[in-house]
Design a protein. Structure first.
Length: 303
């Protein structure tokens, strides 16, 4: 006779995982075509998986907004949880295959890596001892859920909370418009005078100007010209050349301000989100990540 007695528990059948995977992809892209391209299957297969999942739950999962498929509120919450679960499962598989416990693959936005992290990398490595940090530059800042090959990512104002992810805020973030002193001098009439200048925009953070107008309480300005660059580093280089006016994190152009190469005619404002180290909830307990978190907190406080 067994010494333990188990209560009668009814476990609801899980939905088919392939159907959930297709559903998460459609939620991410808002399109069956783009989901089929990501999953490398025909569109009919994705439609069939969505139908299977709708039959399982007994309800519709999407509404249509023009050509875009929009998940219902309940479906959106399920997609977020399912995406986090897939991410954890994929990470566990990578660990099982032999991920090195003393190595951290850290995704870092390229601009942040150049102007903040790399000047401090020797101190970081000395502080972490035998733990090796692989710094993976990211042209576009993307959440950790999209990168199962990474252990953690650094995110700035673009960070949004997500299920299964722990975010440690380690540094304030200030940003504001910058230009060479000759152009900055033309803005003495006020913010509206920026409209005569070329607006320099980074595709890696396309909403940065919108965020600044909203967070500074400033009415949006209609610029005479807009020029886009692949990343923030190029946009700031264009500002240094006198091409126009760019938005910059203060820490990225402190030396330029001190040398008089750039000026900030309207000062800087703090962003609510700051900079955060994001890792998966189970990984937060890893000694290597705890050491990295402690180093970032120390250096971020001093910045």
């Amino acid at each position: 006779m067994f010494p333990y007695h188990f209560a009668n528990v009814v476990i609801k059948r899980l939905p088919p995982l392939n159907a959930v995977r297709a559903f998460v992809s459609v939620c991410r892209h808002g399109s069956i075509l783009k989901a089929s391209e990501e999953l490398n299957v025909v569109r009919g297969a994705v439609r069939q998986q969505i139908a299977t999942l709708e039959n399982h739950f007994g309800r519709k999962l999407f509404t249509r907004d023009g050509r875009r498929l929009v998940p219902t509120a309940e479906a959106s919450a399920f997609a977020e949880a399912a995406s986090a679960a897939f991410d954890i499962l994929q990470r566990a598989a990578l660990d099982f295959e032999g991920a090195a416990p003393g190595r951290i693959r850290l995704g870092v936005p390229s601009a942040f890596a150049v102007w903040w992290l790399m000047p401090r990398v020797a101190d970081m490595q000395a502080s972490l001892g035998d733990t090796l940090i692989d710094i993976v530059p990211m042209a576009v800042a993307e959440p950790l859920q999209m990168h199962p090959e990474l252990d953690a990512v650094i995110m700035g104002g673009e960070y949004r909370p997500a299920a299964g992810i722990v975010a440690l805020r380690f540094m304030e973030d200030e940003f504001g418009p910058v230009a060479i002193p000759a152009l900055a001098a033309t803005l003495s009439a006020g913010l509206g005078a920026m409209g005569a200048l070329t607006q320099l925009v980074s595709r890696s953070v396309p909403r940065l100007w919108d965020d600044w107008f909203a967070e500074s309480g400033t009415p949006p300005v209609n610029f005479s010209r807009r020029q886009e660059f692949e990343d923030l580093l190029l946009a700031l280089a264009a500002a240094r050349s006198g091409l126009g006016i760019a938005l910059a994190p203060r820490a990225s152009i402190e030396d330029d301000l001190a040398r008089g190469q750039l000026a900030a005619p309207f000062g800087f404002i703090s962003r609510p989100s700051g900079y955060s180290l994001c890792c998966r909830t189970p990984d937060a307990r890893r000694p290597a990540l705890a050491a990295l978190s402690a180093w970032l907190l120390r250096c971020g406080t001093l910045a």
